[in-house]
Design a protein around this ligand. Structure first.
Ligand SMILES: [Mn+2]
Length: 342
């Protein structure tokens, strides 16, 4: 058994469903774990006799379309639920699917997620914050319950896990992750095909964006934080798309001595930020929460209505306070080494 408590509860949930129609809902600006989880859950439930559909506020990013097979993805403005049961994946709170979907599905029946900040907003919540990906939880529950996983679902689950572990590098990359991925490969998941689609198809716009981001990098907090800022007109200048900021922040974090990498998009009256820590004990989700955001202990984000002039000093003060608290806890030997959920 991978999930002693979640798997039997999930089977009871599936067996108790009184309708056969299920909408599998992902979050806004979907990533590999979100799309992978939706594709797999939709296919596996279909295999159990359900009529399923995937619903997202935003389109499936081009890089992830190879995962979808024939899986129907719809946008809420073009589709109305007809008595569908709603299941959210990879959503930490009820707002993550976006305003329109929140209105369409005021009551969410089930919620499968691995965010430590999950608000348990559904009727039934299948949450494990020790898991590296929602796709890991789904894989484990499918295996535990002997639900058949076809080749497309296996690839989708593999990609969800591979992307959310930073290609098997982040702290939540456990023995269970490798065991589950081994079984997914046995079922037809193909790491080479996946990485070709994900990492060998960059655009020139993305490279120019990377160039601009790297040029802006600056060390703060005695070299423990590295911040890069993208100005408002960067997308017109580089020809990059908004989604291509994904992964840039990893370069800031990768510097020797840096504990937290930061990317900030300065949108004039709005600041969008992403934080990536090398260690879970920095709890960047708590930092993001100060600015209206959330996430994992190692990876978090926020969007806040402020100008850069107002935001930046507040942000630096919050970082300094976080280091003060974390360093004091370490000194007293109270830290858990970041093992409590990434
Ligand atoms: Mn995820």
């Amino acid at each position: 058994m991978y999930y002693d408590e979640l798997s039997p509860a999930f089977e009871r949930f599936v067996e108790a469903l009184d309708t056969k129609k299920v909408a599998v809902i992902g979050h806004a600006r979907p990533d590999g774990d979100c799309i992978g989880s939706q594709v797999a859950l939709s296919r596996v439930l279909r295999g159990q006799g359900f009529d399923t559909i995937c619903v997202n506020q935003d389109p499936v990013p081009g890089k992830l379309r190879f995962l979808c097979g024939e899986e129907p993805f719809v946008r809420p403005e073009l589709w109305k639920p007809g008595g569908h049961v709603s299941v959210c994946v990879d959503c930490a709170d009820a707002d993550r699917p976006g305003p329109l979907l929140k209105k369409r599905f005021p009551e969410v029946h089930a919620n499968v997620d691995h965010h430590v900040s999950n608000r348990l907003f559904a009727r039934q919540n299948f949450i494990d914050s020790s898991s590296a990906a929602t796709a890991e939880i789904l894989s484990g529950m499918f295996f535990d319950n002997d639900y058949p996983i076809d080749k497309i679902a296996a690839q989708a689950l593999y990609v969800g896990i591979a992307t959310d572990t930073g290609q098997f590098r982040f702290p939540a990359t456990s023995q269970r992750v490798f065991e589950i991925c081994g079984r997914l490969l046995h079922l037809g998941a193909d790491p080479a095909v996946a990485s070709n689609h994900l990492y060998e198809r960059e655009t020139m716009g993305k490279m120019r964006l990377l160039d601009a981001y790297l040029s802006s990098l600056k060390l703060e907090c005695d070299g423990r934080v590295c911040v890069g800022v993208l100005p408002k007109d960067i997308f017109e200048k580089t020809g990059a798309e908004a989604g291509e900021t994904e992964g840039l922040v990893d370069y800031a974090r990768s510097i020797h001595g840096v504990d937290i990498g930061v990317i900030i998009e300065d949108r004039g009256n709005e600041i969008k930020g992403s934080l990536r820590a090398k260690d879970g004990r920095y709890r960047v989700n708590d930092l993001a929460a100060l600015f209206n955001g959330g996430g994992h202990t190692c990876a978090a984000g926020f969007t806040v209505h402020m100008t850069m002039e107002v935001f930046y000093p507040k942000f630096l003060a919050a970082l300094r306070e976080q280091f003060r608290v974390v360093d004091a806890a370490n000194y007293e030997g109270k830290d858990d080494g970041g093992r409590s959920g990434v």
